[in-house]
Structure formats: C-alpha cells, structure tokens
Design a binder for this molecule. Sequence first.
Ligand code: NAP
Length: 287
Amino acid sequence: MHIVILGAKGQLGSDLVAICKEKNIFFTPVTQSDFDATRDDLGNKILDKLTNVSHIINCIATTNVDGCESNPDLAFSINASFAYKLSRLCNEKNITLFHISTDYVFDGTKTDLYLETDIPSPQNIYGLSKYTGDMAVMQYAAKYFIFRVSSLFGRAGASGKGGNFITTMQRLGSERDTLSVIANQITSPTATLDVARALVHFITNQINDYGIYNCVSSNSCSWYEFAYAIFKLSGLDEAKLHKADFDSYNFIAKRPKYAVMSTAKISKYYQMPMWQDSLNEYFTKEQ
Ligand SMILES: NC(=O)c1ccc[n+]([C@@H]2O[C@H](COP(=O)([O-])OP(=O)(O)OC[C@H]3O[C@@H](n4cnc5c(N)ncnc54)[C@H](OP(=O)(O)O)[C@@H]3O)[C@@H](O)[C@H]2O)c1
C-alpha cells in the first residue's frame, strides 16, 4: 500500500499526514511547491517517480467560497478540471481515488438530512465547481470514493481562508466587546482529524464499496451554538455573543441555510463522532 496525499500541507492534508505517520502507513505527501494543479502534469511531475501507488487522496481545492465568485476560472481549474485529469490518470494507473467534496453542492432548501442520493443544486461558484469535480470523478474514475465533508476545523486551518472558525472566534472574542453569529444556519462542524481517520480506515480495511459518502460529524448545530461552545472552551465571555439572522446577513456568495448530511451510509463502515466530542479533542490534544 502506497498512498499519495495531494494538498498535504492543507487543513485536512496535514491531519492525514499525521494519521498516516501514527499508523505507520507508507505515504508520499505532495504540496503545492511540489506540484501546481493549475499547470503541472501529475503523471510526469510526481507519479512517474513513485512506485506501487495504490491510492491517491485529493485534498487539493480552492476553498475560499467568496473568493471563488470573483475568480471562477481558478475555482473550475482546481476544483473541477484537475479532478477530471486526476480521474483519468487514476484509471490509467489502476489507482483508487479518494476525492473530497462539500455540503455546498446542495442549496439548503431541504428540511431533512441530505443523503448521498440527493441531487445537488449548488448556489455559488465554489459549490458548482466542486459539484462539477464530483461529476468528473463519478464519470471518469473507475475506483473512486467521494467523501463529502462540511465546516471543517483542524489545527492547520484552511489555507484558503486564513485559519478556521475556532481561531477566528478566539481572535474576535478577545478583540471585540460584542460579536454576532448566525443562529439559524445549521451545519455539522467536522474535525479534519475525524475525516482523516475515516479515510485511512477505508483504505486500511480495503473497503471497495465505491461511491459517494457523507463524512461529517454525526450531529449538527447552528454557527451560534458552535461559537458558544468555542467561547466556553476558550474561557471567553459568552455574554459577548449575540444571535444574527441568516436572511439579513450580507453574504458575497450565497450559502445553504441548512446543510446537514446524513451519516447513515458511512456508519456501515465507520462511525463519525458528535461535533462536541471532536471539539473537546481539538482543545485537549497537544498542539
Ligand atoms: N474548509 C472547509 O470548511 C470545507 C468544507 C467543505 C468541504 N471542504 C473540502 O475539503 C477539502 C480540504 O479542505 P481544507 O479545509 O483542508 O482546505 P485547505 O486547507 O485550503 O487545503 C487546500 C489544499 O489545496 C492546495 N492547493 C490550492 N491550490 C493549489 C494548486 N494550484 N496546486 C496544488 N495545490 C493547491 C493548498 O496548498 P497550500 O497549502 O500550499 O495553499 C492546500 O494544501 C477540499 O476539497 C474542500 O473543498 C472544506
């Protein structure tokens, strides 16, 4: 088994590197300085120099949701076109592809949990480019898993967003006297460590039930509730927090109001934890 981790310095990629090390798995980390997805050929530049690659985990993405609205070319180049090229390459070399997708492929109008079989209807360029990438993987890769994740938090912080929601809340919570956080937009905050563990579990257990899997915490909350828990664990004054309304918020890119995905399918193979447990682990684990 030889796993190639693309985007190895990103928020999810760096936790994947940590889990592979912990489990003594043979892997090759690939960062943007080794390979640029907008112009390099992954075959020539990376894969031809490696032997016996069995799996590729693609954590490369353009993740700045508002930024994608003003740079759709970059979003489609990385999130869609590269996913297509990668799928073809994996087929040529008989490699199993793990591709990472998002809850933002959905429009958020559903009132019940989103299932893997629900038809996406993205509301912004980021979601559209990611869904196009998903379709390319489904159409062109023979052995693939698409893991749909949401509201990630990990030690490295998303490179496209300059941190994660926890570090943002901690910074604003200590800088400001009051802070408004949306109380009626519902999500499943998910630790990158948990996604990394699930990915590695699928690989080491040689699961070959290919397809789409929602890989998110097993329960949900509003951003306000999540912020409240972060304030508590950080020793910040929760009285500073105020509830904001989703419908009166001025987003650059439209976002789904309700983006909770069912974990019933993945739980056949791997049980995702509740977000509160993952948040506690984030705060208690050594930095
Ligand atoms: N963050 C979230 O809340 C969230 C929510 C739903 C889904 N997702 C999905 O989860 C996956 C992982 O996200 P993340 O939070 O780990 O994001 P991230 O920290 O921004 O990681 C993205 C990675 O892509 C790399 N990258 C960007 N442009 C590249 C290029 N032109 N060539 C090569 N590498 C490039 C970045 O390299 P550098 O480190 O060098 O910039 C980084 O390692 C993505 O597929 C994302 O769409 C994320």
